[in-house]
Design a protein around this ligand. Sequence first.
Ligand code: FE
Length: 193
Amino acid sequence: MRALETILVAKGLVDPAALDAIIDTYETKIGPRNGARVVAKAWADPAYTARLKADATAAIAELGFTGRQGEHMVAVFNDAGTHHLVVCTLCSCYPWAVLGLPPVWYKSAPYRSRAVLDPRGVLAEFGLVLDPAVQLRVWDSTAEMRYLVIPARPSGTDGWGEEALADLVTRDAMIGTGVALMPGSRNAGAAAP
Ligand code: FE
Protein backbone atom coordinates (compact mmCIF):
# COMPACT_ATOMS: atom_id res chain seq x y z
CA MET A 1 0.00 0.00 0.00
CA ARG A 2 2.70 2.50 0.93
CA ALA A 3 4.81 1.54 -2.08
CA LEU A 4 1.80 2.11 -4.31
CA GLU A 5 1.15 5.40 -2.58
CA THR A 6 4.71 6.56 -3.26
CA ILE A 7 4.37 5.81 -6.96
CA LEU A 8 0.99 7.46 -7.29
CA VAL A 9 2.09 10.58 -5.43
CA ALA A 10 5.36 10.80 -7.39
CA LYS A 11 3.43 10.69 -10.63
CA GLY A 12 1.14 13.44 -9.38
CA LEU A 13 -1.83 11.13 -9.72
CA VAL A 14 -3.13 11.52 -6.19
CA ASP A 15 -3.08 14.06 -3.42
CA PRO A 16 -1.28 12.43 -0.44
CA ALA A 17 -3.68 14.02 2.04
CA ALA A 18 -6.65 12.56 0.21
CA LEU A 19 -4.99 9.17 0.09
CA ASP A 20 -4.25 9.31 3.81
CA ALA A 21 -7.91 10.04 4.44
CA ILE A 22 -8.92 7.01 2.39
CA ILE A 23 -6.46 4.75 4.19
CA ASP A 24 -7.64 6.07 7.54
CA THR A 25 -11.22 5.31 6.55
CA TYR A 26 -10.36 1.70 5.79
CA GLU A 27 -8.27 1.37 8.95
CA THR A 28 -10.76 2.79 11.38
CA LYS A 29 -14.24 2.80 9.86
CA ILE A 30 -15.18 0.55 6.96
CA GLY A 31 -12.96 -2.44 7.76
CA PRO A 32 -13.67 -2.74 11.49
CA ARG A 33 -17.43 -2.36 10.90
CA ASN A 34 -17.42 -5.97 9.72
CA GLY A 35 -15.88 -7.16 12.96
CA ALA A 36 -18.22 -4.92 14.94
CA ARG A 37 -21.19 -6.69 13.35
CA VAL A 38 -19.72 -10.06 14.37
CA VAL A 39 -19.27 -8.87 17.95
CA ALA A 40 -22.76 -7.34 18.10
CA LYS A 41 -24.32 -10.56 16.84
CA ALA A 42 -22.32 -12.55 19.39
CA TRP A 43 -23.61 -10.27 22.16
CA ALA A 44 -27.21 -10.50 20.95
CA ASP A 45 -27.47 -14.14 19.92
CA PRO A 46 -26.19 -16.96 22.19
CA ALA A 47 -26.57 -19.51 19.40
CA TYR A 48 -24.29 -17.41 17.22
CA THR A 49 -21.79 -17.14 20.09
CA ALA A 50 -21.74 -20.94 20.29
CA ARG A 51 -21.03 -21.19 16.58
CA LEU A 52 -18.34 -18.53 16.86
CA LYS A 53 -16.66 -20.52 19.61
CA ALA A 54 -16.89 -23.78 17.68
CA ASP A 55 -15.72 -22.49 14.27
CA ALA A 56 -15.07 -18.78 14.02
CA THR A 57 -14.17 -18.88 10.33
CA ALA A 58 -17.54 -20.42 9.45
CA ALA A 59 -19.51 -18.18 11.82
CA ILE A 60 -17.88 -15.06 10.41
CA ALA A 61 -18.48 -16.30 6.86
CA GLU A 62 -22.21 -16.54 7.70
CA LEU A 63 -22.22 -12.74 7.71
CA GLY A 64 -20.46 -12.64 4.36
CA PHE A 65 -17.00 -11.80 5.65
CA THR A 66 -14.53 -14.04 3.93
CA GLY A 67 -11.45 -13.76 1.80
CA ARG A 68 -7.82 -13.00 2.06
CA GLN A 69 -6.44 -13.25 5.60
CA GLY A 70 -9.95 -14.10 6.75
CA GLU A 71 -9.33 -17.83 6.98
CA HIS A 72 -8.37 -19.74 10.10
CA MET A 73 -10.08 -17.36 12.47
CA VAL A 74 -10.31 -17.90 16.21
CA ALA A 75 -12.56 -15.79 18.41
CA VAL A 76 -11.36 -15.16 21.95
CA PHE A 77 -13.86 -13.86 24.48
CA ASN A 78 -13.18 -11.28 27.15
CA ASP A 79 -15.06 -11.55 30.42
CA ALA A 80 -14.81 -10.19 33.92
CA GLY A 81 -11.79 -12.35 34.69
CA THR A 82 -9.92 -12.51 31.40
CA HIS A 83 -8.68 -10.01 28.84
CA HIS A 84 -7.24 -11.04 25.47
CA LEU A 85 -4.66 -9.11 23.44
CA VAL A 86 -3.61 -9.89 19.86
CA VAL A 87 -0.22 -9.28 18.28
CA CYS A 88 1.82 -10.68 15.41
CA THR A 89 5.35 -10.90 16.74
CA LEU A 90 6.83 -11.98 13.40
CA CYS A 91 5.25 -9.56 10.98
CA SER A 92 1.75 -8.13 10.73
CA CYS A 93 -0.75 -10.98 10.42
CA TYR A 94 -4.17 -9.45 10.91
CA PRO A 95 -7.75 -10.51 10.16
CA TRP A 96 -8.42 -8.24 7.20
CA ALA A 97 -11.88 -9.63 6.51
CA VAL A 98 -13.19 -8.40 9.85
CA LEU A 99 -10.86 -5.54 10.77
CA GLY A 100 -9.74 -4.01 7.47
CA LEU A 101 -6.21 -2.64 7.23
CA PRO A 102 -3.94 -2.99 10.27
CA PRO A 103 -3.04 0.26 12.02
CA VAL A 104 0.55 1.43 11.68
CA TRP A 105 1.29 0.76 15.36
CA TYR A 106 0.21 -2.88 15.01
CA LYS A 107 3.01 -3.41 12.48
CA SER A 108 5.62 -1.51 14.51
CA ALA A 109 8.55 -3.29 16.14
CA PRO A 110 7.87 -1.80 19.60
CA TYR A 111 4.27 -3.08 19.68
CA ARG A 112 5.26 -6.49 18.36
CA SER A 113 7.90 -7.01 21.04
CA ARG A 114 6.38 -5.18 23.98
CA ALA A 115 2.94 -6.74 23.62
CA VAL A 116 4.66 -9.94 24.73
CA LEU A 117 7.28 -8.60 27.17
CA ASP A 118 5.11 -6.01 28.90
CA PRO A 119 1.51 -6.37 27.78
CA ARG A 120 0.06 -4.53 30.79
CA GLY A 121 2.40 -1.63 30.10
CA VAL A 122 1.28 -1.53 26.48
CA LEU A 123 -2.36 -1.56 27.49
CA ALA A 124 -1.74 1.28 29.93
CA GLU A 125 -0.29 3.33 27.08
CA PHE A 126 -3.54 2.76 25.22
CA GLY A 127 -5.35 4.10 28.27
CA LEU A 128 -6.49 0.70 29.49
CA VAL A 129 -5.36 -0.15 33.03
CA LEU A 130 -6.36 -3.70 33.83
CA ASP A 131 -7.23 -4.77 37.33
CA PRO A 132 -4.32 -6.93 38.55
CA ALA A 133 -6.82 -9.69 39.24
CA VAL A 134 -7.75 -9.90 35.56
CA GLN A 135 -5.80 -12.55 33.69
CA LEU A 136 -4.19 -11.19 30.53
CA ARG A 137 -3.68 -13.59 27.63
CA VAL A 138 -1.59 -12.58 24.61
CA TRP A 139 -2.24 -14.32 21.29
CA ASP A 140 0.44 -14.39 18.60
CA SER A 141 -1.13 -14.34 15.14
CA THR A 142 0.35 -16.30 12.30
CA ALA A 143 -0.55 -17.02 8.71
CA GLU A 144 -2.34 -20.11 10.05
CA MET A 145 -4.22 -18.52 12.92
CA ARG A 146 -5.79 -15.09 13.28
CA TYR A 147 -7.60 -13.89 16.34
CA LEU A 148 -10.62 -11.68 16.85
CA VAL A 149 -11.22 -10.44 20.39
CA ILE A 150 -14.88 -10.40 21.39
CA PRO A 151 -14.95 -7.65 24.02
CA ALA A 152 -17.22 -7.86 27.03
CA ARG A 153 -20.67 -6.44 26.41
CA PRO A 154 -21.05 -3.08 28.16
CA SER A 155 -23.63 -2.87 30.92
CA GLY A 156 -26.68 -0.77 30.24
CA THR A 157 -27.28 -2.28 26.81
CA ASP A 158 -30.06 -4.75 27.63
CA GLY A 159 -32.50 -5.04 24.75
CA TRP A 160 -30.32 -3.12 22.31
CA GLY A 161 -30.43 -4.13 18.66
CA GLU A 162 -27.37 -5.31 16.83
CA GLU A 163 -26.95 -2.03 14.92
CA ALA A 164 -26.76 0.00 18.11
CA LEU A 165 -24.51 -2.57 19.78
CA ALA A 166 -22.12 -2.53 16.83
CA ASP A 167 -21.61 1.22 17.30
CA LEU A 168 -19.99 0.45 20.67
CA VAL A 169 -17.38 -1.87 19.15
CA THR A 170 -14.11 -0.20 18.19
CA ARG A 171 -11.26 -1.64 16.20
CA ASP A 172 -8.99 -1.51 19.24
CA ALA A 173 -11.54 -3.42 21.33
CA MET A 174 -11.30 -6.24 18.78
CA ILE A 175 -7.47 -6.24 18.93
CA GLY A 176 -7.57 -6.06 22.72
CA THR A 177 -5.84 -2.72 23.11
CA GLY A 178 -9.19 -1.28 24.13
CA VAL A 179 -12.60 -2.24 25.43
CA ALA A 180 -16.08 -1.62 24.06
CA LEU A 181 -17.47 1.87 24.48
CA MET A 182 -19.98 2.53 27.24
CA PRO A 183 -23.48 3.59 26.18
CA GLY A 184 -23.66 7.36 25.87
CA SER A 185 -19.90 7.76 25.79
CA ARG A 186 -18.68 10.61 23.66
CA ASN A 187 -17.39 8.33 20.94
CA ALA A 188 -20.34 5.95 20.78
CA GLY A 189 -21.63 5.88 17.25
CA ALA A 190 -18.29 6.83 15.72
CA ALA A 191 -15.19 4.78 15.11
CA ALA A 192 -12.35 5.20 17.56
CA PRO A 193 -9.49 7.48 16.50
FE1 FE B 1 2.45 -11.77 10.72
